[in-house]
Design a protein around this ligand. Sequence first.
Ligand code: GLY
Length: 425
Amino acid sequence: MNILIIGSGGREHTLAWKIAQSAKCDKLYVIPGNPGISEIAECVSGISVNDNNKIIDFAKLNNISLVVIGPEAPLVNGLVDDLKAAGIKAFGPTKAAAQIEGSKIFAKNLMKKYNIPTAKYEIFDNADKAREYIKSEGAPIVIKADGLAAGKGVIVAMNLDEALSAIDEIMEQKSFGEAGSKIVNEDFMDGEEASLLAFTDGKTIVPMIPSQDHKRVNDGDEGLNTGGMGAYAPAPVMNKDIVKLAEDKILKPVIKAMANENCTYQGCLYAGLMIVNGEPKVVEFNARFGDPETQVVLPLLNSDLVDIMLACIDGTLDLQKVEWSDECAVCIVLASGGYPKSYGKGYEIDGLSKSKSLGNLIFHAGTKNVDGKIVTDGGRVLGVVAKAGDIKSAVDKAYKGVEVIHFDNMHFRRDIAYRALKFNK
Ligand code: GLY
């Protein structure tokens, strides 16, 4: 069958890499893709990921049987609904179901109604009232813009000043536009974070290998929040007992709750969890695969991803085998110096083939092909991914793969997977 992926980052490169291995995949297209993806699929320029009509026209013209949507914006924009209405199978939640990421208020109210463990919260549409609440609660406190804010709408304020400036920024200066006209003020949860992605057809939910992201830009979890500077899987903090607890108390109840609210959820559900005294609690739900988590989770999947995706769409996930490797995977994100603030672009990247020849997978995120040369074109530029029998060997292999890559102002963290390494000592 012909398959189309929507998106252009490291997550979509990983999806393309895994889908291209499927016996079911005859021809793979990606809108818009990136130079790394173009080595394994046909990248299509000139169609916006938010232009549902043009995507449907393209899908019809190219006999596409399955569309896989990477980022959240097209999901919240109803791309799955429109593709389904046009008779084209699509992997991902509908617009109504994608609210679980598109509205923090929807997600928090759902969790409250169905007793899904999460932090206590209050909702505000008035900045003065939000400030009053923050002053009475004190810091640390978490402030979340209700709507989508390109991954920047959550502020973990460690003191009162930070919390009050977050209210100014979101509600008064409207840095995220209408996405910040309502906010959630939420209790700070102290624990260790982990990401649990899961496949679901709306009735059955199958957790993937648990992983851990590194959100801060510098070593030791210092500096600004980013989209993710690296990841590894499996995350030892999510042992079998905690995964089981997360399945029973979070994943199964949320899927039931969504069906009960008439917004049955199909696709990949991302549960961002905080493990507090051995109990998983929900930090956030996302309506898509995580990035960079996908770059370490999918390389550990032994089963055919297209079969699993079709089972999610057809409601037959209970009959589907989902098998995992018992190896470990580590991803080091190579970023442009300055990210997540302003950074330069257009720097030539050397060493990609050498890194691959050392046995690493290289997933492109912010790259561009200029006259046959690969140059930097974004904040997160590349993911260098290594697999090995244990986490230490995977870390060493990934960093060996990083050492041979160079571009001006390259920045990366040198401590990816440090929590797992401590755990295993
Ligand atoms: N790694 C965080 C996310 O995908 O939202």
